[in-house]
Design a protein around this ligand. Structure first.
Ligand SMILES: Cc1cc2nc3c(=O)[nH]c(=O)nc-3n(C[C@H](O)[C@H](O)[C@H](O)COP(=O)(O)OP(=O)(O)OC[C@H]3O[C@@H](n4cnc5c(N)ncnc54)[C@H](O)[C@@H]3O)c2cc1C
Length: 495
């Protein structure tokens, strides 16, 4: 069987590219390096949360036809417009995001979510992770409302079911190792290594969607810097930068924030790469409700600077700079009921004690430093109304770093502490693409026959990232790349 479009990678971006190429008439093959048991790349490990712009609750509810009237009445959701999405993206990336890419992402976000729904992806509101129950209602916050039914695992299942229904071929344990080009530099195929040996498969166009280099310790150290080889990998061990390297080998331009990445606070004793049973539950994202200290008992970030969606990525990076790459999230009894479900898993590194000194000893934090920090923090607080569902402005006064919102005293034992380190999610550096998803070379020209989507595209995320934008970007740019690859292969065939 000859293929018009070959998609390299089998995560969310790849499957969106494959579905899009197929609906534009291409015969499509997906090549996935991992065995089937690891199907779905990082996409499998996600909560399945998608960030997109919507103008009204009705527009949102239309994506969730199963939502009962009672559920609808229990939700308080402010519209999240494309303009807000764009502003958030620019703000958190320190205005570095490519404006054209950012605009394409936000303007195509809702149409792409609808397109996915029409291809069998179903959605539900993120009641547990993105809302607090206030006054009997679920108050959603932070511009992220829907997740795929079944989270990341469900998302991947639904995408593979749709691929099978649409006649897309998928081969596992098929690692792309080299792009084949003709004498014009156009990509005409790919060399694939399987347990049975190597072969070259021709195609009218190729879409690279094989993830970043987060699971490659050598590349992490080389591009992100010292100690990044010691970070835990949150997701698949198979994203080792292959697609990026293959494209650079044929002259693609490196682009984006090569020394930047998405990382989070992750259980101190989590394994070296993701565990498909635990999924993303090693993350610890309720820190805005408490304090974060290092081994010396010192605070080093403003835990309440913003909703966690806008700070969790840069705070993952902040932890790697602390002694032994270790930090502790500390809570008291007043807020424990509001901690996310990931704090209640069996595989958690935590301690509890009636006294601050006792807690410090159990967690091996410097007790004097810790007690001094908590005393100074408690003394810096003023009266004010606390509300975790809005930025309540309940802040510290006169301490550094401040806590700008949700600053309740830490005074209700037993105190509970969770030990975390840095878990890397994905890398920001990669390839440069056009608005049609074509890969650009070092002479600023598109490489004929080569398209890209997902984590291995650079230019969108710098420094930080608004939660839920990774899957959305993979879907938007995957859909574009698939459509363009199908058109390119038709053009090639007509020549
Ligand atoms: C724990 C965790 C939680 C997350 N939660 C969210 C969330 O809720 N919302 C959100 O928006 N984002 C989330 N993300 C980020 C999100 O997973 C990524 O942005 C997105 O999945 C990237 O999609 P992708 O298709 O580019 O990469 P992936 O889904 O990782 O797919 C890449 C695939 O390429 C394959 N591959 C690699 N090399 C080769 C090769 N040489 N040949 C063939 N195949 C190859 C890999 O095996 C892999 O399956 C999370 C990530 C993690 C790890």
């Amino acid at each position: 069987m000859a293929y018009d479009v070959i998609v390299i990678g089998g995560g969310n971006a790849a499957m969106c590219a494959a579905l899009s190429a197929r609906e534009h008439g291409a015969r499509v093959l997906v090549l996935e390096k991992a065995p089937e048991a690891w199907r779905g790349g990082n996409g499998f490990f996600t909560a399945g949360g998608f960030r997109f712009g919507f103008k009204s609750f009705e527009e949102l509810a239309e994506l969730v036809p199963d939502l009962s009237d009672q559920e609808k009445a229990s939700m308080e959701v402010d519209p999240y417009t494309a303009e807000q999405f764009y502003d958030d993206l620019m703000r958190v990336t320190e205005e570095c995001a490519d404006p054209d890419m950012a605009m394409l992402l936000v303007s195509e976000s809702l149409p792409t979510v609808r397109w996915m729904r029409d291809r069998g992806v179903r959605w539900i509101p993120m009641f547990g992770r993105q809302a607090y129950k206030v006054g009997g209602k679920f108050r959603f916050w932070g511009g992220l409302v829907l997740e795929a039914v079944g989270g990341g695992a469900g998302l991947i299942d639904m995408e593979y079911q749709s691929a099978a229904k649409n006649g897309i071929d998928v081969r596992f344990e098929s690692k792309a190792t080299k792009l084949v080009t003709d004498d014009r530099g156009a990509v005409t195929g790919v060399v694939v290594r399987t347990p049975a040996g190597s072969e070259t498969i021709d195609a009218g166009a190729i879409v690279l969607a094989s993830g970043g280099f987060e699971a490659n310790p050598e590349m992490r150290t080389r591009y992100l810097g010292p100690n990044w080889e010691l970070a835990r990998v949150r997701g698949t061990p198979y994203n080792t930068g292959d697609g990026i390297k293959m494209a650079l080998e044929i002259g693609a331009l490196p682009w984006g924030h090569w020394s930047g990445c998405h990382s989070v606070q992750w259980d101190l004793n989590a394994p070296w790469h993701g565990d498909r049973k635990v999924g993303d539950n090693f993350q610890k994202h309720s820190y805005p409700l408490g304090l974060i200290v290092n081994l010396q008992g010192e605070r080093f970030v403003d835990e309440g600077a913003d909703f966690r969606n806008y700070t969790y990525v840069k705070y993952g990076r902040a932890v790697i700079g602390q002694p032994r790459r270790t930090a502790f999230q500390i809570f008291d009894q007043k807020v424990l009921h509001n901690l996310r479900e990931e704090y209640r898993i069996r595989e958690v590194t935590k301690a509890e004690d009636m006294t601050l000194e006792g807690l410090a000893r159990k967690l091996e934090i410097d007790a004097d430093g810790f007690v001094a920090t908590v005393r100074a923090y408690n003394a810096s607080l003023r009266p004010g109304d606390y509300n975790p569902a809005v930025k309540d402005g309940k802040a510290t006064h006169g301490i550094t770093p401040p806590k700008s919102n949700w600053a309740l005293p830490l005074d209700s034992p037993p105190y509970v502490g969770y030990a975390v380190t840095t878990g890397i999610t994905f890398t920001f550096g990669g390839l440069k693409i056009t608005s049609e998803g074509q890969v650009i070379d070092c002479e600023q020209r598109p490489i004929p026959g080569l398209f890209a989507a997902g984590e291995l595209v650079g230019g969108l995320f710098y420094h930080n990232y608004p939660g839920g934008a990774g899957l959305m970007a993979g879907a938007v740019f995957g859909r574009v790349a698939g459509r363009s690859a199908a058109a390119a292969s038709r053009k090639g065939a007509a020549r």
